[in-house]
Design a protein around this ligand. Sequence first.
Ligand code: MN
Length: 253
Amino acid sequence: MKILLTNDDGVHAPGLEVLEAIAREFTDDIWICAPDEEQSGMGHALTLTRPVRLRKHGERRFSVTGTPTDSVTMGLRNVMDGAPDAILSGVNRGANLADDITYSGTVSAAIEGALAGIRSIALSQVTSRDGEAGADTFDAARKWGAKVLAPLLDAPLPRRTLVNVNFPAIAGEAVKGIRAVRQGFHDYSRGTVVEGRDPRGFRYYWFGLQAIEHSLDHGTDLEAIDEGYVSVTPLQLDLTHHASLGELGERFA
Ligand code: MN
């Protein structure tokens, strides 16, 4: 089995090392093509307005001066010697749950893989806001990564679908199991904008993340994570709201 690894935290991110260790439990035919710098929050962005550079860091290990989507494209077209059997993206430092998925470079790299017709799985480690000093952020991902991937690597996945996996922000031994759940939603989402002045006195704004309020709805990724389970959510590329299509069509008839 040949696997391509990527992420949005950058080629030197600790989560990519975690992912490589997980992938090595299945194969040694591992290729890495990831952004050279952190690209969190870039979503499915494709670099069109400037050239990108490909850098070789070692055998089957490359970075791209671009986005996660650029990295998958380069990996498939210019780096690998044939299509991989799977693309794994992550392990992201931070959750990719509910409505946050469309911001996610981690999930979007897997979307790009699904568009290319390749089995693609995004993996994210939820981080606690009051993380204990010295605690291993990726402990749950390390202990549960191979357990969740084994069934996913040979599950029948329809074309134009991908899988989104999140590990809860607790020690691996405390994780209760794995749940297949649907994507949840936030009742209310509000980012922060921090205003400040740079060293030359000019005003700047810096977007941040804020604790997002949501009611835990039964059977969602948010609920599974909150209850200490690894969440597994199949996603589809078709964003059409099929239930509205007929009525909307009648308005244009
Ligand atoms: Mn990230």
